[in-house]
Design a binder for this molecule. Structure first.
Ligand SMILES: *Cc1c(COP(=O)(O)O)cnc(C)c1O
Length: 377
């Protein structure tokens, strides 16, 4: 009898293990977004901005998909990110480091064929000295500051940079680049200001291809494209223009698991510091993701999740590993342990949740954390 009972226990399949959440990344949609942007800007070319681990989606998987679609220019922020990407991409893919050439990275950068974005005359000098020491010409991008005051050679330094470049023939300048500060707002006067400044940069550094537009800049029109555009967020399904219809296909879906449900009477305190008190009999579900998983604390008492298209408001504060939602709008027993509710998906876009959190899609994406099970399609 015991043996039989034991046998049964072994053979009966238990419930499938449930992850705390599933981050689904649609690589086919990513590929279609790249294609759509490429054909919009042709004959200019489209790079892929894959910094911050491809905005949190996994540069190791994202970059090869872009390469297969014809992308040959990849931008990262840091030299370490470029190193990691170098071993993943074929040799004819160029990898650019936006944050510039830091002292000590020259040798590895040249060895690996990584292209620094030179952000100051000093970086120009250091990179051309590295080229001279090796007796080779090294590729580079020159970044000029056209009015964002973040990175790049300031207009006052353009003559000095130009003079440096004229005294040395060691650098192969692939692009003069700059970054738009307000490209997601087509009405902003800063766009035409930066464009005018970019024209002055073209005159200061003649004969070099231009690299100007990010996602938003692509939709400002051809005058902003140059020879190479640098989309990031639009590839990942984010809206390139704030407040306008989003022409991109969603790439990310996030579902998180229910870990407990309960029914409480009116007057019940919910979550840390009792920032929510129920005003009626309320059914609650606790979900297995919190601010450590990239659900901003600012969603407390503001945001929502969805189940079957029904909005379930977040009640109380967002905890580190969990969040509580009001599920009274659902039929009783609709949710069980392990049921999945939608955080990002068909009923709630990245922009929706970013707005409720008082932030931008970029911050939501890059913050999504490592505790979800990732599914690539
Ligand atoms: C991040 C970044 C981009 C990509 O911007 P999106 O708005 O995501 O398209 C392009 N260029 C530079 C310099 C950047 O820092």
């Amino acid at each position: 009898m015991t043996a039989v009972a034991l046998q049964r226990t072994v053979e009966e399949p238990g419930p499938a293990p449930v992850a705390s959440g599933y981050l689904t990344i649609d690589l086919a949609a990513l590929a279609r977004n790249y294609r759509a942007l490429s054909s919009r800007v042709a004959p200019a070319r489209a790079a892929g901005v894959v910094k911050a681990d491809a905005y949190g989606l996994g540069a190791k998987l994202v970059a090869p998909v872009l390469y297969r679609e014809g992308c040959r220019h990849f931008f990262v922020a840091l030299f370490r990110e470029a190193e990691a990407l170098r071993s993943i991409l074929p040799d004819d893919a160029r990898i650019f480091v936006l944050n510039g050439l830091l002292p000590g990275d020259e040798t590895a950068c040249a060895d690996l064929g990584i292209v620094p974005v030179l952000n100051s005359p000093e970086q120009v000098e250091r990179w051309s000295a590295a080229a001279a020491r090796r007796g080779v010409r090294l590729p580079a991008v020159l970044q000029v500051d056209t009015g964002m005051s973040r990175l790049g050679i300031a207009p006052a330094e353009w003559p000095a940079a130009r003079a440096l470049l004229e005294t040395t023939d060691t650098l192969d300048l692939l692009f003069v680049m700059s970054h738009l500060a307000s490209a997601d707002d087509p009405e902003s006067p800063q766009n035409s200001d930066q464009q005018a400044e970019m024209r002055r940069a073209v005159a200061a550094f003649p004969g070099i291809d231009l690299c100007f537009a990010n996602s938003g800049g692509i939709f400002l029109g051809r005058d902003f494209h140059g020879a190479l555009v640098r989309p990031g967020i639009a590839l990942y399904g984010g809206a390139p223009t704030a407040g306008a219809a989003n022409p991109m296909e969603p790439v990310v879906r996030l579902d998180i698991a229910v870990v407990q449900t309960r029914t409480v009477p009116a007057g019940t305190r919910v979550g840390y510091s009792a920032s929510h008190v129920t005003d009626r009999t309320t059914r609650l579900a606790t979900l297995a993701a919190g601010y450590a998983d990239g659900l901003p604390r600012s969603l407390g008492n503001r945001g929502a999740v969805y189940y079957d298209g029904i909005r379930l408001p977040i009640v109380g504060r967002v905890s580190m590993d969990s969040v509580i939602v009001d599920i009274s709008a659902l039929p009783e027993n609709a949710l069980r342990l392990g049921s999945l509710v939608e955080v990002i998906g068909p009923h709630q876009t990245l922009e929706d949740i970013a707005r409720d959190a008082g932030t931008i899609a970029y911050e939501i994406l890059t913050g999504l954390g490592s505790r979800y099970e990732r599914r690539y399609r």
